[in-house]
Design a protein. Structure first.
Length: 180
C-alpha cells in the first residue's frame, strides 16, 4: 500500500462543504466555469482544513440538470476544473457528491425527490460510506437551512455561512469542533 493509500484509509474528521454559496457565490444554476465567482479565501479555507488533517468534501444540490440548464457531463467538467483551480493554490478537495434530481424538473430520469437531495443526508452518508470519516470533529458548512438539516440528519454539527471570508469562518468552526 502506498503512502497516499494509507493516508486515505486512516480515519480522520471531515469537513462537508456546500458548493454554491460557500465555495463559490450562488448566482443560480452554476453549470459552467465562466459563471464561477469564488468566495473570498475559499482556497485558503480548504488549505487550512487540509493542513489540519481533515478530509474535504463538497456536496451540492444541482437541480439545473433536472431543469435542463446543463448536463451531468457539464457538471463533471466543472467539478474537475474547480478541483484543479483549487489544487493550484494548494487546496485539495478529496471528493464531491451532487444531486441532479428535482421533482419539478423537465428532464426525464431526474424528476424525483431523490434521497441525496438536501435536506436529506444521502450525499453526506455516501461520502462517509466511501471514506474513513471519523465523526468526532467532523462538521458541515452550508449557506441554507437545508444544509444544516442534512448535517443534523447525518448526526453531524452544521454551521450556516452567510458569505464573506470563508477562511475566517472555517477557522472559527474548527475551533468549536476540534477533537481535543
Amino acid at each position: 500500500m502506498s503512502g497516499l493509500d494509507s493516508a486515505r484509509r486512516k480515519p480522520r474528521p471531515a469537513a462537508f462543504l456546500d458548493r454554491d454559496g460557500v465555495i463559490n457565490h450562488d448566482d443560480g444554476f452554476m453549470g459552467t466555469q465562466d459563471r464561477i465567482r469564488w468566495m473570498p479565501n475559499a482556497a485558503r479555507a480548504i488549505r487550512r482544513l487540509n493542513q489540519a488533517g481533515y478530509f474535504v468534501f463538497l456536496f451540492t444540490n444541482q437541480s439545473g440538470v433536472a431543469r435542463g440548464h446543463f448536463t451531468e457531463d457539464d457538471l463533471r467538467v466543472l467539478h474537475e476544473w474547480m478541483r484543479a483551480e483549487l489544487a493550484v493554490q494548494g487546496a485539495v478537495v478529496d471528493d464531491i457528491r451532487y444531486c441532479p434530481h428535482h421533482p419539478d424538473g423537465s428532464v426525464a430520469g431526474y424528476l424525483e425527490d431523490h434521497h441525496w437531495r438536501k435536506p436529506s443526508p444521502g450525499m453526506i452518508l455516501d461520502l462517509m460510506a466511501h471514506w474513513p470519516v471519523q465523526r468526532e470533529g467532523s462538521f458541515v458548512i452550508g449557506d441554507r437551512p437545508t444544509d444544516v438539516e442534512a448535517a443534523q440528519a447525518a448526526g453531524l454539527p452544521g454551521f450556516l455561512f452567510a458569505g464573506g471570508d470563508l477562511d475566517a469562518f472555517v477557522a472559527a468552526v474548527m475551533a468549536q469542533t476540534s477533537v481535543r
